[in-house]
Design a protein around this ligand. Structure first.
Ligand SMILES: Nc1ncnc2c1ncn2[C@@H]1O[C@H](COP(=O)(O)OP(=O)(O)OP(=O)(O)O)[C@@H](O)[C@H]1O
Ligand SMILES: [Mg+2]
Length: 348
């Protein structure tokens, strides 16, 4: 992007910051562009935003982009996982407490809302709010005031709320498990992010972006082999952009030369690959045994990758689930060059 230097230094810095914040959002597919088109407009306002989309579609990244494009950018962006807001500690977590408010309150402590003062409070997995938490949050949104535990003085809460969910919240409202009044307060603006399988044009640009981001030091020249690109496009990505990022992290560390090959990505190949089947059939190695071996290899690779993903790289748990002893299971992993380390803490 070319900047014409006009206006004050602050406005130039602000525009640069905007561009950088948006630059991290890779994607040009029509479905994605349509979803994020209102972002600059939404960012300028103060209204609550509800971001929906399957797991790994970029909800938190979009929430951050809204914050950093907003006039609140210089103040904190505070993420809170609603599943962790337990009823017993709810008010304490949200509003904080004064010293001596309860037996263990040895010092005064700010809550999440105070931490996000003048900034943005990001309520992730909002569908997990208990009925009590929904009432408390509704009151915050209506009154914009909070009362810390043990305090007699209410304080104004200057915070913008952005919520996210991968659950069908509108259906939960219909079913009576999520308050309708809270739902409508939350979704003044609704941004629905498409799954990656509906924006296949973005797969390769995203993969190249992640390759740059995760290339090991000194190996920034890594490229993705054309056959690997084809496989990336053909795959359905149930875990969306996060799953793609994890595949590229694996690829970047496993690849031998400067080219990331299909095997390095560790993609589960559950569906028979008709293209390679056809090419094997047309070659001289189309014996029954060769085909059977190929199918077994494909099965072993996808089975092991799925299992390791499920157990977060824990070999003992994965081996026991597979009904194999740990040593033999380890040998299988080695045979397919699957490194358990690449499955630990993959939720980035
Ligand atoms: N359009 C994008 N451009 C670049 N990176 C992206 C994009 N979308 C998602 N990512 C990256 O993919 C990963 C997952 O994104 P994010 O955590 O925002 O997803 P999410 O929708 O909040 O997932 P979940 O529902 O599981 O919490 C992050 O590392 C994020 O930076
Ligand atoms: Mg998230």
């Amino acid at each position: 992007m070319i900047f014409t230097v006009a206006g004050s230094m602050e406005s130039l810095i602000a525009r640069l910051r905007d561009t950088l914040a948006l630059e991290k959002l890779i994607g040009e597919a029509p479905a994605f562009l349509k979803a994020i088109a209102p972002l600059p407009f939404v960012a300028k306002g103060e209204a609550t935003v509800l971001i929906t989309g399957e797991t790994g579609t970029g909800k938190e990244l979009v929430a951050r982009a809204i914050h950093y494009l907003s006039p609140r950018a210089a103040f904190p962006f505070v993420p809170a996982n609603c599943g962790r807001l337990q009823d017993t500690l709810l008010e304490d977590e949200l509003f904080g407490h004064e010293r001596g408010a309860f037996t263990d309150a040895h010092t005064r402590r700010d809550g999440l809302i105070a931490h996000a003062e003048q900034g943005t409070l990001f309520l992730d997995e909002v569908e997990a709010l208990s009925p009590k938490a929904q009432v408390v949050l509704l009151r915050v949104l209506q009154e914009k005031r909070i009362l810390a535990l043990g305090s007699s003085r209410e304080q104004e809460a200057d915070v913008r709320i952005i919520a996210a969910t991968n659950a069908p919240l509108a259906q939960m409202v219909q079913a009576g498990s999520f308050r309708a009044d809270l739902y409508y307060r939350l979704c003044v603006f609704l941004i629905n992010l498409p799954p990656l399988r509906e924006r296949k044009e973005d797969v390769v640009p995203l993969a190249r972006h992640f390759l740059k981001k995760h290339a090991p030091l000194g190996r920034e020249e890594l490229q993705i082999a054309p056959s690997a690109c084809e496989a990336l496009i053909a795959y359905d990505w149930p875990g969306n952009v996060r799953e793609l990022e994890n595949a590229i992290i694996r690829g970047a560390s496993l690849c031998q030369a400067n080219i990331v090959e299909l095997e390095d990505l560790g993609l589960p190949s559950i569906k028979p690959d008709l293209h390679s089947l056809a090419s094997v059939l047309s070659s001289e190695f189309c014996s029954f045994n060769a085909m059977k071996q190929q199918a077994i290899t494909n099965f072993e690779q996808s089975y092991l990758n799925c299992l390791m993903q499920h157990y977060g790289g824990n070999v003992s748990h994965a081996a026991s689930a597979a009904g194999k002893d740990r040593r033999n299971f380890g040998k299988l992993l080695k045979k397919h060059r699957i490194d358990p380390k690449h499955f630990t803490a993959q939720k980035v």
